[in-house]
Write a protein that binds this ligand. Structure first.
Ligand SMILES: [Zn+2]
Length: 170
């Protein structure tokens, strides 16, 4: 393959110009998709206006790249779906995001593998990288997160159950 070739990310399904490079150990993606995610994160780290957006990006990317069944992937998808549910259905404040992650972490050993849906959402990390300026970036991350959460609809009920259980343990 050369950079002129196109490659579909096995996680989110977005199409990228091929490139070689590292990928995450269990959030299975193409190297090009992982590189785009790295760029999105560095934009967010360097812009205080995007601090609140950052957690949503992490959640959206994680659930669009569920990988294959393993203890780590099961737990990662579970905690990130729980936090997306809280952000999008319960209006979780960004400052409560870590608390929510800790609560979910306490019950993550009880999660089971959720078979990823055929499509994991039409908005991907590529769309975020194409935006210009903090406001457009933040708005696209919101759409990205919603798209990823909606894609997991067949499993919303179980994620809501896990969310309730995680709160009971706090
Ligand atoms: Zn991807």
């Amino acid at each position: 393959m050369t950079p002129a070739d196109l490659e579909t990310c096995p996680g989110c399904g977005a199409v990228f110009h091929w490139r070689d490079g590292p990928v995450h150990p269990y959030m299975t993606s193409s190297p090009a998709c992982w590189a785009d995610y790295g760029e999105v994160l560095s934009r967010e780290y360097s812009d205080p206006a995007l601090l609140a957006t950052h957690r949503l990006s992490v959640d959206a990317y994680a659930v669009q790249h569920p990988g294959t069944p393993s203890r780590q992937s099961i737990q990662s998808v579970g905690v990130h779906l729980i936090r997306l549910c809280q952000f999008l259905e319960h209006g979780l404040a960004p400052e409560q995001a870590n608390e929510s992650m800790l609560a979910a972490g306490k019950i993550k050993h009880t999660f089971s593998w959720l078979e990823p849906p055929e499509s994991l959402g039409i908005v991907t990390v590529r769309d975020v990288l194409k935006t210009n300026g903090s406001a457009a970036h933040a708005a696209m991350v919101r759409r990205w997160a919603q798209s990823a959460w909606d894609a997991w609809a067949p499993h919303h009920e179980i994620v809501r159950e896990w969310l309730v259980r995680s709160k009971e343990r706090v």
